[in-house]
Design a protein around this ligand. Sequence first.
Ligand SMILES: Nc1ncnc2c1ncn2[C@@H]1O[C@H](COP(=O)(O)OP(=O)(O)O)[C@@H](O)[C@H]1O
Ligand SMILES: [Mg+2]
Length: 275
Amino acid sequence: MLTPSTTPHPPDLSPRQVHISVRELTMAYDDFMVQKDMDFDVLRGEIFIIMGASGCGKSTLLRHLIGLKPPVTGEVFFDGQNLWKLPPKERQSMLLKMGILYQSGALWSSMTLAENIALPLTAHTPLSAKEIADLVSLKLALVGLSGFESFYPAEISGGMQKRAALARALALDPEILLFDEPSAGLDPISARRLDRLIVHLSESLGITAVIVTHDLASLLDIGTNSVFLDTETKTIIAKGPPDMLLRTSTHPTVKEFLTRGQSKRTATSAREASR
Ligand SMILES: Nc1ncnc2c1ncn2[C@@H]1O[C@H](COP(=O)(O)OP(=O)(O)O)[C@@H](O)[C@H]1O
Ligand SMILES: [Mg+2]
């Protein structure tokens, strides 16, 4: 007969390490509260999606993760270290482990791709010009832009600009890459190519990716986990792999977002067809 075990569970020999933890985070601009009571973990190597309607606070959450905005209350941990309780110098070196890709890409238009990518290396490493040039070429190769060193951003396509910005975000070998709407303004083919690149970086380099995106095809395809920020209740109303949420969430707001209203339209056309 089976009896309840009183011995503790054996340790999991291959636990996936928690990389980022957010605990009871409340975010606000002065008196305007954006989101409250946010709790979630991002595991190492995950492709973690932040979803929600426009204005719900996704970019604001990224600002808290990259040390640009301190929490009103709550904590942000990286590898168990409390970001906002660290002395400024240690916080700075922790933040250097993150690469950020902003919505606009934000390459310097008056600089070549090589000069753009060299910037963080010149600022934060003691490497020689030759070593930096070699690293720049390596990073460009990583994003499929070998040979484009001397091009200016205006001379390449939008998709290539995004990948060049990604090469710059990779310059200092980050452990975490954060993206704010990476496929905004890209055609579907360039957007899918960027997706594959993110998956490749996550699998080959073990990088943890945190992505704010509206792009359904993308988040359902590459997201391994997610949170959904709700504008109404001002907190997280769903967590889990996006494809699982699509299949199982019964929350109308989440369903509406993940089907882009298609479930509603299908219901309407079914009603119309039955008339
Ligand atoms: N610098 C700011 N000062 C005051 N309010 C802001 C600021 N930035 C964003 N907000 C407000 O905070 C809310 C969340 O903004 P944001 O994080 O940019 O949303 P999302 O990225 O989800 O579209 C919005 O209502 C926005 O108007
Ligand atoms: Mg935003």
